[in-house]
Design a protein around this ligand. Structure first.
Ligand code: ZN
Ligand code: ZN
Length: 418
């Protein structure tokens, strides 16, 4: 049987259309509570007959590093995407990490395309599109890769498809809406029907999870919507594997205001104004979700500073779960050292790290802050619509394609326990 090797991992050729879904910000409770309350009847059946596993995501538990890990099968140390945002040491500028030039490893899609596979990639937000589609051939008979956000602008040459809105019969939804993710599923189902691709990757946005806690009406409605589309994909014979880029937790105090450690203020106080530079890799253009407040930060220190000493001091602050010099942190979290500051700082489950109060626009936060980025958002679902044998493995979310292609295909199925 044909196998494809990418970044040192081997994948069996799909025997059925194989769909990996990254549900952005899907803390395990969202699905568990929705299933228990009857909001996800298909998922309830799927979990009974398939695989209901948990996996660890990449830290920083942000969108870009994890999506790229899922599609490369490797941690950021290998693919290079260490945040949504970083300080480019070559230019000294703070920039978004959505340029394929920053990618240090191929995704598994070009190798599959080269071997003859048809590929469909749909992402909610456009910030991921160029990274996910990097190295693919588009145009007639080529791959399809586009975002809901920019579906209207999709062209055959750049995205492998045009007329997307007519195909789904939905207008392009607002970038801040549950419908932006629904659009991903709706188009995924349409393309499963019309193209029946060998590989499909669907990636949603965490707009709903930033606003609504697990079990709330808003969350259950979102998961019920998703359930209908997943049932359709399953009905069409697809192998399904679902995971998340990261979890999500409440990050506010009792009065509902964000519980923030302003790290730039702390370091200015200790080392002098302007001596250090705090970078928040959660930063992206969609600040309404989170006001750039997450549980992970990195800081650049003056050459003369003892990073270990500062890390130890930070570790003693209330709300800091982890602080370490770059080398130790990058070894622990499998991150590229040249894209991290001298210090890595992670806050506890209900706290976030900011720079200075005046640098965070919280005007878009309509509800108490929910966010991610830390070790506390590392556990995510890893679910298949077929039983899989993972005995003895400690799973990562970036094992999703391995599970889908090597364990959940029709010929590799394990028998469920009687
Ligand atoms: Zn995310
Ligand atoms: Zn988010």
């Amino acid at each position: 049987m044909k196998t494809i090797t990418v970044n040192g991992r081997s994948y069996a050729w799909p025997q059925a259309p194989t769909v990996v879904v990254c549900i952005d910000g899907s803390e395990p409770d969202y699905i568990e509570i929705a299933v228990a309350g009857g909001a996800m009847p298909f998922m309830a059946r799927m979990l009974d007959n398939g695989a209901n596993l948990r996996a660890q995501c990449v830290v920083p538990s942000f969108t870009n590093p994890n999506n790229l890990s899922i599609v490369t099968g490797r941690p950021p140390l290998v693919h290079g995407i260490s945040g949504n945002y970083f300080l480019n040491p070559e230019t000294g500028e703070e920039v978004m990490m959505n340029d394929p030039a920053l990618l240090r490893a191929p995704t598994l899609f070009p190798a599959f395309q080269e071997a003859g596979a048809s590929i469909v990639i749909v992402t909610a937000k456009d910030k991921l599109r160029r990274l996910l589609g990097h190295g693919l051939r588009f145009g007639q008979g080529g791959a399809i890769c586009f975002s809901s956000e920019k579906a209207e602008q999709a062209t055959l040459v750049e995205n492998g498809i045009e007329g997307v809105t007519a195909l789904v019969g939905m207008d392009v939804p607002s970038v801040y809406s549950a419908e932006l993710s629904e659009f991903v599923f709706a188009v995924g189902c349409k393309l499963m029907e019309s193209r029946r691709p060998d590989l499909m990757y669907l990636s949603t946005t965490d707009y709903v999870q930033h606003k609504h806690a697990p079990g709330s009406a808003g969350a259950n409605a979102f998961y019920a919507m998703m359930d209908g589309y997943l049932a359709q994909l399953d009905e069409k014979g697809a192998v399904l594997c679902l995971t998340a880029d990261h979890g999500m937790n409440a990050k506010h105090n009792a009065s509902g205001t964000p519980d923030v450690i302003f790290l730039q203020d702390v370091l200015d106080d200790w080392l002098g104004e302007g001596a250090t530079r705090v970078i928040l890799p959660i930063t992206d253009p969609y600040v309404v979700h989170h006001g750039a407040l997450g549980s992970f930060a990195t800081a650049y220190l003056p050459d003369s500073t003892d990073a270990q000493e500062i890390a130890d001091r930070l570790s003693g602050l209330e709300g800091i779960e982890y602080a370490a010099p770059k080398a130790a942190a990058c070894a622990r979290f499998e991150l590229p050292e040249d894209r991290m500051g001298d210090l890595v700082v992670v806050s506890t489950v209900h706290k976030v790290i900011g720079t200075r109060p005046e640098l965070h626009d919280l005007s878009g936060l309509e509800v108490p802050l929910r966010s991610h980025g830390g070790v506390s958002e590392q556990t995510v679902p890893l679910l298949c619509n077929r039983p899989v044998d993972t005995a003895g493995r400690s799973l990562r979310n970036f094992d999703a394609f391995d599970l889908a292609l090597n364990a959940a295909q029709p010929s590799t199925l394990v028998q469920p326990d009687p």
